[in-house]
Write a protein that binds this ligand. Structure first.
Ligand SMILES: NC(=O)c1ccc[n+]([C@@H]2O[C@H](COP(=O)([O-])OP(=O)(O)OC[C@H]3O[C@@H](n4cnc5c(N)ncnc54)[C@H](O)[C@@H]3O)[C@@H](O)[C@H]2O)c1
Length: 254
């Protein structure tokens, strides 16, 4: 059980990749704090993990709200005195070019996808630094490595998450902290299903999205969770400051 005795917290764990990571971590022996801005979905994930025999706690957490982040850090530290693994997974998407993106869209994406990572990490990092031990896994995207057509705001937030992760890793490598930017290609979650509905022809858009990945399909959330479990474990002790691609061959070439 590579994550036994580990305390982990996952943001946006009520759905998709975050829920899969929470389940996987619990199966690997971790005590998992399942958090989400959507209270009901996070509660459901925590209950499902407990029903499977895992150890999960539920905490409402809106990553855009600094008070909510501080409250979560206080709750976790009061319960365990530490957090070993933080997964900044909460994220939102948007379809649009420069002229199709409003200032409000742009601000909303930055508030969740980038400022949210900053807020939660700033709340939990002091405890990790005190113990000189901690792993921060940030869900970036292949859209943080290469541009994706019609994803101007989204890709720019994810490029920034990759940059933030590299700087965090550099600043604290000598403090026992590792930080990795997980970069999935397309993953079959409500995130993608909702994006598809923003197209005039969702079926054609799905075919196009699948075609960008040479393996000919989207990833399953469990495939991203498997990588997260490895990256969170001590076996990945020499892995830090890198984008970790899980992209079905997307970026291998044309
Ligand atoms: N699905 C993909 O194809 C894909 C690909 C690459 C990267 N990603 C990234 O992976 C992460 C998870 O994506 P997913 O596909 O599981 O999405 P999802 O929509 O299924 O789940 C996202 C979760 O984040 C929560 N959330 C949204 N705003 C929040 C906030 N302010 N505070 C806390 N929680 C909030 C939502 O309630 C939801 O439960 C995101 O960061 C996304 O950008 C997804």
């Amino acid at each position: 059980m590579p994550l036994s005795d580990h305390i982990a917290l996952v943001t946006g764990a009520g759905s998709g990749i975050g829920a899969a990571i929470a389940h996987r971590f619990a199966r690997e022996g971790a005590t998992v704090w399942v958090t989400d801005a959507d209270r009901a979905s996070a509660e459901a994930t925590a209950e499902a993990i407990t029903a499977e025999g895992g150890t999960a706690h539920f905490q409402p957490l809106d990553v855009t709200d600094e008070a909510s982040c501080a409250d979560a850090a206080h709750t976790v530290h009061t319960a365990h005195g530490r957090l070993d693994v933080l997964v900044n997974n909460a994220g939102v998407g948007h379809v649009g070019t420069m002229m199709e993106t409003t200032g409000a869209d742009f601000d909303r994406l930055y508030a969740v996808n980038l400022r949210g990572v900053f807020n939660v990490t700033q709340a939990f990092l002091p405890g990790m630094l005190e113990r000189k031990h901690g792993v921060v896994l940030n869900l970036a995207s292949i859209g943080g490595i290469v541009g994706i057509k019609d994803r101007l705001a989204y890709c720019s937030t994810k490029f920034a998450v990759v940059g933030l992760t590299k700087c965090l890793a550099l600043d604290h490598a000598s403090d026992g902290i590792r930080a990795v930017a997980i970069c999935p290609g397309r993953v079959e979650t409500p995130f993608v299903t909702q994006r598809l509905q923003e197209y005039d022809d969702p079926d054609a858009a799905r075919r196009e999205m699948t075609a960008t990945q040479p393996v000919g399909r989207m990833a399953r959330p469990e495939e991203i969770a498997a990588a997260a479990a490895y990256l969170a474990s001590d076996e990945a002790g020499f892995v830090t400051g890198v984008p970790f691609y899980i992209d079905g061959g997307w970026t291998a070439g044309t």
